[in-house]
Design a protein around this ligand. Structure first.
Ligand code: ATP
Length: 323
């Protein structure tokens, strides 16, 4: 449904995006992932027909977005990174205004506004002035203005940014509920916030795609040939953590197949407990447990690291990318 071919954008002499090529199937939710400055906003602005590309083509349902933007604009809904909200307007009034701007016939505006309010669960707030709403509700109004004209392509720039944990869950549910009805492209620099929501992830770095696929495809790719285990080692407050770290490292490095051992931070550590990441060519969890217990080192826990997060960090960091 969406075909992007060799798309580039230069600001002056500086390349911000490209060359980018990818396709998105109708009804899919695609996550554009990258660190700050990777080119997500620039890509979304070009797809929204808000910014002209320097070169390349973009088609939506075979209609060229650069050649015939006026045919496609009514089919596109866009939530920019700073939602274009008028603080002094009421929610319902603003959504009516947005619907008319996008060409919804006057006779249908009220119905379309009511549906957008329902879809974004804004009912209780629909009579309030936008300037009095919390950030989470403003984001909902931002999404409501993007869907009010029932676009086929929905573009959401960092919809989860600045939301609290409860709002993040609600926003994920909202985006999921839009699946199928709209083809959605959303951006984020935090993988865990969107990985569950998206059918496909496109990871970009310096304006270029460094990986694309489903969450499981990216995970497999990242963990290929490597097993990783996180070991938590208990210790009394009186025990010297650096001594235990040295002892445990020496024991773990002696296990067949272990390639590396590194001390890491862990969010759930008790005082005196240390954590180590062990990378190996083979499954080593049993051997790790046995070796530590045999060396009289108390194992507090053993777990798999969050492979996908590691893959994202590897892919978006500078340096060689394995492919
Ligand atoms: P963030 O997550 O920080 O919003 P991003 O991935 O959305 O980042 P972009 O905003 O698309 O990235 O920026 C990509 C590159 O283009 C950056 O180097 C940025 O400084 C540059 N850039 C963006 N907009 C402009 C502009 N209007 N003029 C010049 N350079 C720009």
């Amino acid at each position: 449904m969406i075909e992007i071919r060799e798309l580039t954008k230069y600001y002056g002499d500086a390349k911000a995006v490209g060359p980018l090529s990818f396709s998105i199937e109708k009804g899919q939710v695609v996550g554009l992932l990258g660190l700050n400055g990777a080119g997500k906003t620039t890509t979304l602005r070009m797809l929204a027909s808000d910014l002209l590309p320097t070169s390349g083509t973009m088609t939506v349902d075979k209609v060229d977005l650069v050649q015939e933007p006026e045919r496609l604009r009514p089919k596109i809904g866009y939530l920019p990174d700073r939602p274009p909200l008028y603080e002094e307007m009421g929610v319902r009034e603003y959504l009516g205004f947005a619907a008319k701007l996008r060409g919804v016939k006057s006779s249908r505006v009220d119905k379309f506004v009511a549906e957008a309010i329902e879809q974004t669960d804004l009912g209780d707030r629909s009579s309030e002035i936008i300037g009095t709403l919390s950030h989470g509700f403003r984001q909902r109004v931002g999404i409501a203005q993007a869907i009010v004209h029932k676009p086929t392509l929905l573009l959401l720039d960092e919809p989860i940014s600045g939301l609290d944990p409860v709002q993040i869950v609600e926003m994920r549910e909202l985006v999921r509920s839009l699946r199928g009805e709209h083809t959605t492209v959303l951006s984020s620099h935090i993988l865990s916030e969107i990985s569950e929501t998206c059918d496909q992830l496109i990871v970009i770095r310096d304006g270029e795609i460094v990986a694309a696929g489903s969450e499981s495809e990216l995970t497999e790719r990242g963990s290929e040939g490597t097993q990783a285990v996180i070991v938590l080692i208990a210790g009394g407050a009186e025990a010297d953590p650096s001594t235990r770290l040295a002892e445990a490292t020496s024991v773990l490095e002696g296990i067949d197949g272990v390639r590396g051992v590194a001390a890491i931070d862990h969010p759930d550590l008790d005082e005196g407990t240390i954590s180590l990441k062990v990378t190996a060519d083979v499954e080593v969890r049993h051997a790790v447990c046995r070796a530590l217990v045999a060396a009289d080192i108390d194992v507090y826990g053993i777990e798999r690291p969050r492979v996908l997060e590691d893959v994202f960090i590897e892919l978006t960091s500078k340096g060689e990318v394995s492919s």
